[in-house]
Design a protein around this ligand. Structure first.
Ligand SMILES: Nc1nc2c(ncn2[C@@H]2O[C@H](COP(=O)(O)OP(=O)(O)OP(=O)(O)O)[C@@H](O)[C@H]2O)c(=O)[nH]1
Ligand SMILES: [Mg+2]
Length: 548
């Protein structure tokens, strides 16, 4: 497949940007994936207060991964030499010196400022240097150029004065807006979605993550091909008008169709791959735990401290970075309640406002980890200027992946950074929330207690022989839907069943053995095929849809 998708004319050096990027995206294969150029991960000025002095026990096991990322920093001045090994991006997002722009309507200035601040953090995470930001108050963005005419001119002046090479809009621009604005300011214009996609492509590590990001990028690219097609048509027309035109259609148009088809083929292949990897992951999940245990997912806005909290609780060694989207792969760890009941705790990809829907789609299989959990620990950065907005964003995504009915515990993290007044404010915002600091460990024990309380009450599996004159007890088990196997023998009804711990006393007189009977003892009785050969059935936790 990859062969068919090789660039058609890679020796042609006069191709434009658009040709380059499409070819680059489509010609990628496994062999190229290792040779990624990552833009220099400059100091993330726009990110939250810095935290270099991490306590020694916070230094985790994945420093290697961090080093790996750092080792891929782009060397200034060498960018052109590295061009051909650049990982897939949308329009080769070379984020260097950037100016940010945004439009907001009356009354939403603060929100717009926060959003622009966050865009700055995103840009810095992607490796850019943010030089300036411009907000325009306007009821609606200009349909032609996003900013109004006057502001567009002002922007051009700022770009010239600062020496910026890229303008980034805090929204998703229509392809025509992007082009018109580009013509007006004479430097590259990209949008928020492209930046997020770029970060994801830099950070994706697993094969599944990479495939998901690539799929999202192609989905983003597809509707934008038309614009490129036009410019391609101009350029290609000039080059090949000497007679190489194919059929009655212009070569540019043919190229556009060809690109579309290649992209569709590639996307179909990626979807198949992702589906295949999901199956592999399910199998792995089934193998990982022989017991059926409840699952807790840590969710939250990017940079809230989800991975830090998982590390604090389980010493998982997950990469922690003062970066947005440090985590793209779900990490699942087994842990126990203070009473010794096992459950799993999963770290997940962070959410962000205007998370490109292509990413939500592409990461759906990863996000299923969240949708299938029994409890959501929703981590919120207590020191962030807009926790309410972050909570709302996260809840929107939770809704999108149909996880809204899962019990949610709001946990304000980074409690070490906030004062009492702020706590009162936050508690008012989310009554029933908790405060922890993944950094100092404060509040973590209480959090673990609370998680334990929120875990579903687990039924206990027992074996019974109930005399025929106690049919009421048999009905009781049936009514709860707890019967695993049943057979009628001469001494009564033989049952393997799950009952609520509170009912144990009632069934005690009829229990046989403390362990599941060997298969031979109950002829004709089928065992439930969930691989539970271990003793001590009382400890067996049952949650039918949660087979880990
Ligand atoms: N002061 C303080 N900083 C914290 C705390 N918890 C996490 N951090 C810092 O916050 C930053 C983000 O932490 P992560 O654990 O990577 O956050 P995350 O939610 O996993 O982020 P993504 O994976 O990018 O979505 C890091 O720089 C951490 O050191 C805390 O309790 N107090
Ligand atoms: Mg993380």
């Amino acid at each position: 497949m990859a062969d068919q998708l090789e660039p058609q004319n890679s020796e042609d050096t006069s191709r434009n940007d658009a040709d380059d990027v499409i070819d680059r995206i489509l010609s990628r294969d496994e062999s190229q994936r290792g040779r990624t150029t990552v833009f220099s991960a400059g100091r993330a000025e726009a990110l939250m207060a810095d935290n270099d002095e991490r306590s020694s026990d916070e230094v985790d096991g994945l420093q290697l991964e961090r080093a790996e990322r750092a080792s891929l920093q782009r060397v200034d001045g060498l960018s052109t030499e590295l061009e051909d090994v650049t990982e897939v991006e949308y329009r080769q997002v070379r984020l260097e010196k950037v100016v940010l722009i945004g439009v907001y309507s009356a009354g939403s200035q603060r929100d717009a400022e926060n959003s622009l601040q966050e865009l700055a953090a995103l840009c810095e995470t992607a490796g850019a240097v943010v030089l300036d930001g411009v907000l325009q108050r306007k009821p609606h963005p200009d349909p032609a150029t996003y900013l109004g005419r006057g502001k567009t001119e002002e922007l051009r002046e700022i770009v010239v004065a600062t020496g910026a090479d890229t303008v980034i809009a805090d929204t998703e621009l229509a392809p025509s807006q992007r082009r018109a604005l580009e013509d007006a300011v004479k430097v590259k214009v990209i949008d928020r979605t492209a930046v997020i996609l770029d970060i994801f492509s830099q950070h994706a590590k697993s094969r599944e993550g990479k495939a998901q990001v690539e799929l999202a990028q192609l989905e983003y690219l597809l509707p934008r091909l038309r614009g490129w097609g036009q410019s391609m048509s101009r350029q290609a027309g000039g080059q090949v008008s000497g007679g190489a035109g194919m059929g009655s259609r212009g070569p540019g148009e043919t190229k556009l169709e060809l690109d579309r088809r290649r992209i569709h083929i590639r996307m179909a292949k990626l979807r198949r791959e992702i589906a295949g990897m999901k199956t592999a992951r399910d199998t792995k999940r089934a193998r990982r735990g022989r017991n059926l245990v409840p699952a807790v997912a840590i969710v939250g806005y990017t940079n809230a401290g989800k991975s830090s909290l998982l590390n604090r609780i389980t010493r998982a060694g997950v990469l922690v970075e003062n970066q947005l989207f440090a985590t793209l792969d779900a990490t699942v760890r087994r842990t126990e309640t203070p009473d010794g009941l096992p459950y799993t705790l999963a770290d997940t990809v962070g959410f962000v406002r205007n998370l490109p829907h292509q990413l939500v789609e592409a990461f759906r299989s990863t996000l299923e980890e969240v949708a299938e959990s029994d409890v959501l620990v929703h981590v919120v950065d207590a020191a962030h200027p807009d926790p309410a907005g972050q909570i709302q964003t996260v809840r929107e995504v939770i809704g999108e992946i149909e996880a809204r009915d899962i019990p949610e515990l709001i946990v304000f993290n980074k409690a070490d950074l906030v004062d009492e007044e702020r706590r009162i404010e936050l508690r008012g915002l989310e009554p029933g929330s908790m405060f922890v600091s993944a950094r100092t460990g404060a509040g973590v024990d209480a959090l673990l207690e609370r998680i334990a309380e929120m875990l579903p009450v687990l039924d206990v599996e027992i074996e019974l022989v109930i005399p025929f004159d106690h049919g009421d007890l048999v009905s009781l088990v049936h009514n709860r839907g707890g019967v695993i196997t049943q057979s009628h023998e001469s001494d009564g009804t033989h049952l393997r069943a799950r009952v609520h711990p509170d009912q144990l006393g009632m069934f005690e007189p009829y229990r046989v053995g403390g362990e599941p009977a060997p298969a031979g003892r109950q002829p004709g009785v089928k065992r439930k095929p969930h691989g539970l050969e271990q003793p001590a059935p009382e400890r067996v936790i049952d949650l039918p849809r949660r087979e880990l």
